[in-house]
Design a binder for this molecule. Structure first.
Ligand SMILES: Cc1ncc(COP(=O)(O)O)c(C=O)c1O
Length: 421
């Protein structure tokens, strides 16, 4: 498809500009009609017409480039894909200026992206190594669904590089290593560059994918640190306003992109044009939003750390966080997500959440406004009690997605709710 080739070229072209400029301009002109409209058109269409019967036959036979049907591609989707290429491929030209073609595909949800990845890369008998703490549905998909297709799942504590090394040596049939950093909801970090070195030295064919949803490409670029694939729930910071559900995979390998495309066009987790239009709009303000999320979250984490009702705070920006040094090395900021254990367990957690006014009680994260939720009974409730315990997701754990409201108002809201708990 012509536009899909152009999107890779265009995103590389934009690598010469700064991150903020790319957020605004990369991808914008792909596939647009010559109307002189300043902003992009939305191609809200299921299908595309052919000039004649032969063109239809040629497009299906892939003898010509062009759009056929929105499940298989759409110009509005390609605009957002090109922008994301340019953001995740941030510094990659420095590492490999000639050969790297970063390419992204968008999906109808983050889970659509993760499941497409698994179906594309794994077959019966293969091994999936996965981080110990993952978003609840990712955990359930790997544990309860993927294993029914004959794929062996091995849980590895990726924060401990020795554990990763042991596992990759023990399971030579490993085809995919998948982890989050920072993790949802414990905000633990894995050293991406070291992990890639260790894994590739033992098994160069093992694909490594990082779920970069919490960090966003503004704070962290796993491809630059050596991974093969980056996954996003675009529902979160990338779109930023809580208006869509979407997902993305970005890869440095043409063959991976082709395998993913083969699956998604038939398996069908393709995104809607309107959602991609909103995503594209959201990505334009990513840097300024994430900056504010980071400064607000740091102030909130410091406030919580000294609060008498709080047992423990999990935020990589705090010097007390066990991976603070790694966060400084690997990330450009510490993000907008915080978890904390409240004294008094589930009853206190419920009371506290019920007494928030600025924070909405809601799952999801990365919106401009603040959200609060209880992982054990909400986002991670699909996990077994043993798995929750192993992940240290306790009854008193509360997760905050700190928004970009005035930070004094956020802190007052939390202080009031904690007093009422
Ligand atoms: C870290 C992470 N990965 C993946 C997902 C799944 O994304 P989606 O809800 O868009 O399917 C989520 C959702 O909360 C998440 O937090």
């Amino acid at each position: 498809m012509e536009d899909s080739k152009r999107k890779d070229a265009i995103s590389l072209f934009y690598l010469k500009y700064g991150f903020g400029t790319r957020c605004l301009h990369a991808g914008e002109k792909i596939g647009q009609p010559k109307s002189k409209a300043h902003t992009n058109a939305i191609f809200q269409t299921s299908t595309f017409t052919f000039d004649d019967a032969q063109e239809g036959a040629d497009l299906f036979a892939q003898k010509r480039e062009g759009y056929v049907y929105t499940r298989m591609g759409n110009p509005t989707v390609v605009v957002a894909e090109a922008k994301l290429n340019s953001l995740e491929g941030r510094d990659i030209k420095l590492a490999d200026p000639e050969n790297v073609r970063v390419s992204s595909l968008l999906f109808s949800s983050g889970m659509g992206a993760t499941s497409t990845l698994a179906y594309a890369l794994l077959k019966p008998g293969d091994v999936l190594l996965r981080g110990r703490v993952l978003y609840g549905s990712t955990d359930v998909f790997f544990e309860n669904i993927l294993t029914t297709y004959g794929i062996k799942q091995v849980i590895v504590d990726t924060e401990d590089l020795r554990e990763t090394e042991k596992a990759i040596k023990k399971y030579p049939k490993t085809k995919l290593l998948f982890f989050e950093t920072p993790t949802n909801p414990m905000l633990e970090l894995t050293d991406i560059a070291e992990t890639c070195k260790i894994v590739k030295a033992v098994n160069p064919d093992c694909m490594i994918c990082v779920d970069n949803t919490f960090a966003t490409p503004y704070l962290q670029n796993p491809l630059t640190l050596g991974t093969d694939i980056v996954m996003h729930s675009t529902t979160k910071y990338l779109s930023g306003h809580g208006t869509i559900v979407g997902g993305a995979l970005v890869t440095r390998h043409e063959w991976v992109k082709n395998e993913l495309y083969k699956i998604v066009k038939n398996h069908g987790a393709s995104p809607s044009p309107f959602d991609c239009w909103l995503l594209n709009l959201g990505m334009k303000t990513l840097p300024i939003r994430v900056e504010k999320h980071c400064t607000n979250a740091m102030a909130v984490a410091k406030f919580l750390e000294t609060h008498p009702k709080v047992e423990r705070v999990y935020y990589p920006g705090l010097p007390s966080h066990p991976h603070h040094e790694l966060a400084k090395k690997q990330m450009r900021g510490f993000g907008g997500m915080i978890s904390f254990d409240i004294k008094g367990g589930y009853a206190s957690a419920q009371k506290m959440m019920d007494n928030c006014h600025i924070f909405s009680i809601a799952v999801s994260l990365g919106c401009v406004d603040s959200l609060i939720q209880h992982p054990a009974s909400m986002t991670h409730s699909g996990m077994s009690p043993e798995a929750l315990a192993a992940a240290h997701i306790g009854a008193g754990l509360i997760r905050l997605s700190v928004g970009i409201e005035d930070v004094d108002d956020i802190i007052k809201d939390l202080d009031h709710a904690l007093k009422m708990s």
